[in-house]
Design a protein around this ligand. Structure first.
Ligand SMILES: [Mn+2]
Length: 433
């Protein structure tokens, strides 16, 4: 007898993987743990008849010859199969996306995609399997739930590819949104309540940081939403939620930051995680006994300026090509062509007094005006920015004044120029691999 099963407190990724596995192993009987999460229960209430799913106590363990485990790789997370652990005549296959685990399998498929079901979907695709829209919908819910609809840093290109394949097979997004419940439900509420019981507040490097450590059972979706609410309630500059599982072998840190110079994604990359300036996460595979040590480690990262803010001085272009107010337009034209730039600042005795760009040539009516100084056609500008300001502030200026380049000054003197390209490059480099 072949059995497919998944973890207790089954989520959509677990259920979707379970069903997808029965397509890859047509003789396997799907066994759903007794405890499933509320969203899955709601889905099953309607779709139960579609699947012939058994419960653990309906299985005679002695008859099991092959066990296929999906969306977990840990014996403890299975329901009712622990006695099989010591059977050495059993063939075990694991399809999962978690690290660690203690199931010694004969075959493991784990590429670390954002969801376990992604692995199974790509297999179905390579076998050119036919899929009904209902199954496509279930599988899509599985991916969306585990990747936050492809927004979590754990998302991989393969997850998106699997999504595309499922949409092609008419996965129903309306049905999907009905079952993918709101980000903030009962489970999230109880985690937030735990976080608010005893938050640890610290003043570090001028920032107010809030910390809370909470044990979570199984997978809780949208913890970053919870941490964000924690941050709002605490009214601090940044907040960290440290979530550890009851077995103490995994620990997830989620951080949110409101402070411009406190880049959460950068901080989390120091810990092997990722994110963006406002939100980041990192996961640890370690014994978790002392929340205080984790809080201190995070405080040290902030303290040691591991998140040193990037200043415009670091990303600006220099030396700056500029022209004097007296430079003739034709010389400017040649300079722009040579340098391949669209515009330059205009200086008067080293002070920026305006900007002139290719577009300003339209103001010229006659050829002889090419001899006129740029001063006559430039846009007088007082927009400039200090070198110690952040790329975000430069971006704000660009948006406010609708300009593509801002002179960077130090002690009133122009030392560089920051362009849209510089700012974009900076932001996109922050996106983790
Ligand atoms: Mn999963």
């Amino acid at each position: 007898m072949q059995i497919v099963t998944t973890h207790k407190g089954t989520d959509f990724d677990g259920l979707a993987s379970l069903i997808a596995a029965t397509m890859i192993y047509p003789d396997a009987v799907p066994v759903l743990p007794k405890s499933v999460n509320a969203n899955v229960r709601a889905f099953m209430a309607i779709h139960k008849d579609l699947f012939e799913i058994l419960h653990p106590r309906e299985i005679n363990l002695d008859e099991v010859t092959q066990l296929i485990v999906v969306d977990t790789n840990s014996w403890k997370r299975l329901d009712g199969f622990a006695p099989l652990k010591d059977r050495n005549d059993l063939t075990i296959h694991v399809w999962d996306h978690h690290d660690g685990g203690d199931i010694e399998a004969d075959m493991v498929r784990n590429e670390g995609y954002g969801s376990a079901v992604t692995h199974l979907i790509l297999e179905l695709e390579s076998r050119r399997m036919v899929l009904t829209p209902i199954l496509a919908t279930l599988f899509l819910i599985g991916i969306y739930e585990d990747t936050g609809s492809l927004t979590y840093p754990s998302t991989t290109p393969e997850d998106a590819r699997a999504v595309a394949w499922l949409l092609d097979r008419k996965a129903d997004l309306t049905v999907l949104s009905g079952f993918l419940k709101q980000a903030y439900g009962e489970k999230q509420k109880s985690v937030l309540f735990e976080m608010m019981k005893n938050p640890d507040r610290r003043k570090v490097n001028g920032y107010t940081l809030s910390f809370a450590a909470v044990p979570v059972e199984g997978y809780v979706a949208n913890l970053s939403v919870v941490v964000n609410m924690f941050l709002d309630l605490e009214n601090s500059d940044a907040a960290f939620g440290v979530f550890f599982d009851g077995e103490g072998n995994k620990c997830m840190i989620i951080g949110r930051s409101k402070a411009e110079h406190l880049d959460m994604g950068k901080l989390m990359r120091n810990l092997g995680g990722g994110g963006h300036p406002g939100a980041g996460a990192a996961q640890f595979k370690s014994d978790f006994h002392n929340p205080d040590a984790v809080f201190t480690m995070l405080s040290n990262l902030v303290e040691n300026d591991q998140v040193a803010s990037v200043q415009l001085g670091d990303i600006m272009s220099f030396p700056v090509v500029s022209v004097e107010t007296t430079t003739p337009m034709e010389d400017l034209g040649q300079l722009l062509r040579e340098r391949g730039c669209t515009g330059v600042p205009v200086t008067d005795n080293g002070k920026v007094v305006g900007v002139i760009s290719r577009r300003d040539f339209k103001k010229l009516r006659k050829d002889k005006q090419l001899k006129s100084p740029v001063k006559a056609y430039m846009t007088p500008s007082v927009v400039e920015i200090e070198a110690e300001k952040s790329p975000l502030e430069a971006a704000r200026l660009m948006i406010k004044h609708d300009i593509g380049r801002v002179p960077v000054v130090e002690n009133g003197e122009m030392i560089g120029i920051v362009t849209r390209t510089d700012v974009m490059r900076y932001y996109y480099d922050l996106i983790p691999d």
